[in-house]
Structures are given as C-alpha cells and as structure tokens.
Design a protein around this ligand. Structure first.
Ligand code: 13P
Ligand code: SF4
Length: 352
C-alpha cells in the first residue's frame, strides 16, 4: 500500500526482525496461582518494590499490579507512575523499552523485568547507528521518536512521544513551524501527519502485531455487526485506521468501551487489552478484529509475542533472585531523559 505523498519515508534497510513463538506458560491451578500471587505480594512488600504493568500483559499480572498498589496502564502513564511512586524498586511487566524508560527516569532506583528478551519490533527495527546517521542527514528537522525505541535512539531525539500524546506534540511543533523527523512507526507517523498537517519525513518501521489487521475482513465484520463500534490503535495500517470509529492509545480505546453506548466493540489491538475492557464494562461484547492469520497459523496476530513473555512465574523468579535488572549508564540516561521529560512536562500542561 503506497504511503501518503506529503510524508517522505527514509530509504533505509530495516533489519530483519526475528519474531519469537508466542510463549506458552504452564497453566496454574487456582490454588497454585493464589499461592504464587501471595509469594509475589510478600516479596514486593519486603523489597519496597512496586509492579507496573502494561494493558497487553497477562490478566493475572494486571490484577496483581492493581491489588498491590502498582498500576496497569499505557506506556505514557507507566513512565509517569514510576517517577511519582516512592518505591525503590520498579518491576516493569511489559517490553524492554518500558523498563528502560523507567530506568532512564529513575536512575537511582532498581528496575527489574520478568524477561529482558521481551523487545518490540519497532525498537528492533530502529538501530541507533543507522538512525543517528539519518538524523545527521537532516539537521534542519526536529527529531520526534516514539517511546518504543532504545535509550540510544531516545538520546538522539528532541522529543519522545507515546501514542497517547503524539498528536498534540506534533501539532504544537507544526504550529511553531518546525519540520518533523519521525521514527520509527510508519503507520503512526502517517496518521499523525494526516491529522496535524506537519511537514514530516519518517522511518519505515512497523509493529508486527498491528500491521496484520486486515481492512477488507474488518469491513465485512463490521457489516455483520451493525451495532458495533470499531476501535483501532494507530500503529495499524492506514486502511484499517480509516474504518475506525475511535483511533487512540490503549487508554483511549478502553475509555471508549466504557463511555460509548454501543453494545459491541470490534477491537483492533493486542487482545490483552480486553481484560481491562471487560472488567470496566462487563455488559459489553468485545470482538477481536480479523488478522492475516485468520484460518491459518499466526504467531503475532493480535498477540504480541514479546508482551507474552511476562508471566506470574518469571515475575516471581526475578523477585526471588534479583536477576533481570535493567542498566542504563548515567550519561546515556541523562541524555535520554531530556526528551522524555519534555513529553511528561507537555502532558502536565494538557492536564491543567
Ligand atoms: P500505548 O502507549 O498505547 O500503551 O501502546 C504501546 C504499544 O506498544 C502499543 O503496541
Ligand atoms: Fe511493540 Fe507491537 Fe508489541 Fe507494542 S504490540 S510492544 S508496538 S511489537
């Protein structure tokens, strides 16, 4: 599908991304699950630790985060929560960039993750050296990077954004007459350009989960469910976004299920989000949007294999052993914190 002509894509070769199998965890009996949760609760308490989980992680982890005074949130709120909580250890259940962002903002705290190999195709698809060279070729552009990137890529940027705040920040830059070099998600970049009119060039990365939603099958599904609202995360391709009633961050999509009167929702994002949606709106029917994997095997269709690497079992293990700590050198953290704090400060002005 050709991309919008008003945005220019970088002519770079994205590295081939090795997508792991979706992890299959041994099923715990209710008694085993209860016992493991109690053990984790006690360890969190003893270690002055708090659990910060993303909406795509396993429902048991999301519940545990909330039961223990932590949070389950989108990536913007996860970053903010860690800076305001007094715990000296942050346990981040999500993907690597989320743990790294926590460490960058809280370099004095210990940050643990259930699996350090839990990465993200956007992060993997934007190697720092290649990205830095692209920035060097375009010195007159303001560099805006999505949070789904490494600490090094963040350190090379002027602004970090998440899907929850990309639009107002790029709109703000466009109004100030700035040209934007965007990375790494091409679909989100194109969506942001369309809505803000900003002059943009961008990196051709993509999310292997959202890229697989299929517009044609989604249109057919919507026709079969005339009362349903279609909810789409903006990492999805343009033709899928075009069919949406609501496009937004994970938090925005959850709010839509709660506030919209529709009895049914077709959800085009990682299926982990349905746990919170169903908790907050138990009477609503949630339907997974169709993916390329319909009727075939598909590792990444609406289930992020890297988010799937988080479980109660490996969470308990890192608390028992203190393994899987995230380290970011103080110098790199200092540089990467500047554009992240710029985003958090901007977010505060929006809340006023
Ligand atoms: P949110 O910032 O909307 O939580 O999205 C993070 C992400 O990785 C989506 O795939
Ligand atoms: Fe990355 Fe996509 Fe997984 Fe989000 S869903 S963490 S963007 S691969």
């Amino acid at each position: 599908m050709p991309l919008n002509n008003s945005v220019k894509e970088a002519a770079v070769a994205i590295p081939v991304i090795r997508v792991p199998e979706l992890p299959q965890w041994p099923v715990l009996s209710p008694a085993e699950q209860k016992q493991l949760k109690e053990e984790i609760k006690a360890m969190l308490h003893r270690q002055n630790a708090v659990l910060v989980a993303h909406y795509y992680t396993d429902g048991a982890l999301q519940d545990l985060a909330e039961e223990t005074g932590g949070c389950v949130a989108d990536s913007l709120e996860m970053a903010r929560f860690g800076t305001e909580h007094p715990a000296t250890t942050l346990v981040v259940a999500g993907v690597r960039f989320m743990g790294e962002t926590s460490k960058i903002l809280n370099n004095e705290k210990r940050v643990l993750m259930p699996d350090l190999a839990a990465t993200c195709s956007l992060d993997e698809g934007c190697p720092p050296e290649l990205f830095s060279a692209y920035c060097d070729e375009h010195p007159d552009y303001t560099v805006v990077v999505y949070a789904n990137t490494s600490a090094e890529v963040k350190a090379r940027s002027d602004w970090v954004v998440t899907s929850g705040i990309a639009l107002p920040i790029v709109r703000h830059l466009a109004q100030a007459g700035e040209k934007v070099l965007w990375a790494p998600d091409r679909h989100l970049g194109q969506y942001v350009q369309k809505l803000t009119g900003a002059e943009m060039i961008y990196w051709p990365g993509s999310c292997i989960v959202h890229e697989r939603f299929r517009a044609e099958a989604l249109a057919e599904m919507r026709a079969r469910h005339p009362q349903a609202a279609v909810l789409v995360h903006p990492e999805s391709p343009e033709e899928v976004v075009a069919l949406a009633d609501v496009v937004g961050s994970t938090t925005a999509l959850i709010q839509a299920v709660v506030t919209m009167p529709n009895p049914e929702f077709i959800v085009a994002t990682d299926a982990g989000i349905m746990h919170k949606m169903q908790q907050l709106a138990p009477g609503k029917r949630l339907i997974e949007a169709p993916t390329l994997g319909e009727g075939a095997t598909c590792q990444s269709c609406a289930r992020c294999p890297w988010m799937g690497m988080n479980s109660l079992q490996n969470l308990a293990e890192v608390l028992r052993t203190g393994s899987n700590e995230i380290f970011v050198s103080p110098d790199l953290a200092r540089k990467a914190a500047i554009p992240i704090r710029r985003m958090l400060d901007f977010a505060r002005t929006l809340r006023k």
